[in-house]
Design a protein around this ligand. Structure first.
Ligand code: HEC
Ligand code: HEC
Length: 161
């Protein structure tokens, strides 16, 4: 546990602006998913994106979430999109996904074993799988600072108030 915790902490504090570092060895080769539609996500219209979410993203992500916790049997668009699912904007990140602390507070945040457990699940599975489904290269502070990261789904609490 301690060792894993250290690894994650190093990993997370390695980057300044955002949480995720090059720790996942992020190979992003999205071209091999058999479920994938022919049109690249970036090229899809809003409506095509919604259909892709329904047909591919939700079922796939639900499987991953349910393996982590059975309560996600009830996972739906709203789980990620919050009120954006009801008002039709589907804007992300969603303020209703629990906000994450800023990088300088993340180490302390991970001292809670529950936060650590969730963060491991997110970093190992949710983040890379979602990036793959959206065909987005993952965030890397050096090579891809604009890449897909935790903050595409989570808002970040502002540091000092
Ligand atoms: C596991 C989390 C997750 C679930 C579940 C999910 N989405 Fe998404 N959705 C995302 C992410 C992440 C994006 C891309 C955000 C970005 O571009 O940064 C997105 C993008 C979208 C977009 C495009 C928004 C835009 O501005 O282009 C639509 C539309 C959408 N989702 C609809 C849905 C619908 C409908 C469902 C349920 C059938 C759903 N989503 C379920 C995570 C999710
Ligand atoms: C595809 C969207 C998505 C991405 C990417 C993502 N998360 Fe999450 N995360 C969620 C959702 C949705 C939940 C809340 C599930 C629920 O309703 O309980 C969550 C929950 C969490 C929680 C639990 C918070 C709490 O207070 O219960 C933590 C911690 C967390 N995520 C950290 C991260 C970190 C760190 C990353 C990047 C490595 C990340 N997440 C990437 C969607 C995402």
């Amino acid at each position: 546990m301690k060792r894993t915790s250290d690894t994650i902490t190093t990993c997370l504090s390695a980057c300044l602006g955002l949480f995720v570092a090059a720790c996942a060895g992020s190979d992003s080769d999205p071209g091999t998913d058999p479920d994938k539609e022919d049109v690249a996500y970036d090229e899809m219209s809003f409506g095509e994106r919604a259909a892709y979410m329904d047909a591919v993203v939700l079922p796939h992500m639900k499987e991953i979430f349910v393996a982590f916790d059975a309560k996600f049997e009830r996972m739906e668009c709203k789980t990620c999109h919050g009120s954006g699912a009801a008002n039709g904007t589907f804007a992300m990140p969603s303020a209703e996904v629990p906000p994450l602390p800023p990088p300088e507070e993340f180490e302390a945040y991970l001292e809670d074993p529950e936060h650590l457990r969730w963060t491991q699940f997110m970093a190992d599975q949710v983040w890379p799988e979602m990036a793959k489904l959206l065909e987005q290269p993952t965030y890397d502070p050096e090579t891809n600072p604009e890449g897909f990261s935790c903050s595409n789904c989570h808002t970040i609490k502002s540091g000092v108030n």
